[in-house]
Design a protein around this ligand. Structure first.
Ligand SMILES: Cc1cc2nc3c(=O)[nH]c(=O)nc-3n(C[C@H](O)[C@H](O)[C@H](O)COP(=O)(O)OP(=O)(O)OC[C@H]3O[C@@H](n4cnc5c(N)ncnc54)[C@H](O)[C@@H]3O)c2cc1C
Length: 376
């Protein structure tokens, strides 16, 4: 038999998994997180936390630590390819008047803050281990791990990202990742004095480049770009990115000329979409974060939806004795919001890819901002 005191297993110690661990532990749930990789294995450049993320980070009690290591700012600057025709949009300070509206962080810094937050709240963490198989019955889940050990849990949470192992174990091919021909380039560089917000510079030819402040001395440059195949382009990344950025002048052009030199420092990643039909649970197992609804970075909300998922699921697991009721309450609070963001990101991605004359990315972005400002 299992009861409310028995542990919940979270598979995947990324953004959704660690947010869920912190939230669940703060709500009295005994929780264990496992990850296939080591604790400092997080790769990637940086992440933008939108206003709705800061609100959740505050409620998980990790916001001040994030601000201390990251680059806080208050809005977006939209420009043309030459950094002209600037329009600034202020974001609301949803975490409180004394906190910034938004911020950027390096991915490893964010992983470190979330992992230490989860441990501080009492969540147990194990790395370099995964699930080999699991079997459910009416009262619990028996899990066999990759090291051969076995344990029984109250519930299992698949927070293991786009290429989830748990999703196909529950749903087969449903929600398998798809690419639709758009990718992102990203590279660290010293922060320019005028970059005090998230910049988005429209090439006028489909792609967009810009900057995200990460610390007082660091930012990253990004470019969204179109590729028909889900493979990195062949050749020297510095040469390819330099060429792709040629259409830009202003700060993007300046940074291209000064800093796009070493291909080893440049990351290329295809956007992948997951749209798992509801409900995202079967019995005592549930899928959250990118594993359920991965989106592109066009709205800067993929990680935001993952954090909100984790926060809400932790609350509901703490609130209900019945796992079934907790999962139903989670779906009620999460499905419409996360799937709208997923759909709208895909729409912007398609508009960019197709250089669509009907594109209204600013209109759809404003609609998304309205939605995510609502309480979860
Ligand atoms: C180019 C790009 C830029 C982006 N920029 C932003 C942004 O600025 N802001 C934003 O909010 N979002 C952004 N996103 C989206 C964001 O990165 C994702 O939505 C977010 O990482 C999803 O979190 P997650 O926890 O669901 O998955 P992940 O972060 O992928 O975490 C999954 C975890 O599960 C682990 N794992 C995987 N398989 C297993 C297994 N079998 N067993 C155990 N553990 C496993 C992994 O090691 C990892 O730790 C961007 C995405 C891309 C591609």
């Amino acid at each position: 038999m299992t009861g409310k005191q028995d542990p919940v297993l979270i598979v995947g110690g990324g953004i959704a998994g660690m947010a869920c661990a912190i939230s669940a532990a703060r709500n009295g749930v005994d929780v264990e997180v496992i990850d296939k990789y080591g604790p400092m294995a997080t790769v990637g450049i940086g992440i933008t936390h939108a206003a709705n993320v800061l609100r959740v980070l505050r409620d998980l009690d990790v916001l001040d630590e994030c601000i201390a290591t990251g680059g806080p700012f208050d809005g977006w600057v939209f420009t043309d390819a030459n950094g002209e025709n600037r329009r600034r949009v202020d974001m609301p300070r949803l975490a409180g008047d004394d906190k910034p509206a938004m911020m950027g962080m390096t991915r490893p810094d964010f992983a470190r803050v979330l992992t230490s937050g989860a441990r501080r709240e009492g969540a147990r963490t194990r790395f370099e281990i995964t699930v080999q198989s699991f079997e459910q019955d009416e009262s619990g889940v028996d899990v066999t791990f990759s090291d051969g050990s076995r344990q029984r849990y109250r519930a299992i949470v698949g927070a293991d990202g786009v290429h989830s192992q748990i999703r196909p174990m529950l749903f087969g091919d449903l929600g398998a990742p798809r690419h639709i021909g758009q990718a992102a380039w990203r590279v660290f560089m010293p922060r320019l004095p005028e970059i005090n917000d998230l910049w988005l510079c429209d090439s006028g030819q489909g792609g967009k480049a810009g900057f995200v402040p990460l610390r007082s001395d660091l930012m990253y440059l990004y470019l969204t770009d179109t590729y028909s195949e889900p493979r990195p382009p062949e050749g020297d990344f510095a040469e390819i990115l330099f060429e792709r950025l040629k259409v830009f002048g202003g700060p993007v052009g300046e940074c291209r000329d000064r800093y796009v030199r070493d291909g080893r420092e440049i990351l290329w990643r295809m956007f992948e979409f997951v749209d798992l039909p509801p409900p995202w649970h079967r019995g005592r197992a549930i899928i959250i974060g990118d594993a359920a609804h991965a989106a592109s970075a066009h709205l800067g909300q993929g990680g935001a939806m993952a954090i909100e998922d984790g926060y809400v699921l932790g609350e509901e697991l703490g609130r209900h004795d019945s796992v079934e009721q907790a999962f139903a309450a989670f779906m009620e609070r999460r499905f419409e919001r996360a799937s709208s963001i997923q759909r709208w990101s895909q729409q912007i991605c398609e508009w960019e890819r197709d250089k669509s004359p009907d594109a209204d990315a600013p209109g759809l972005t404003a609609k998304a901002f309205q939605l995510v400002q609502q309480p979860i």
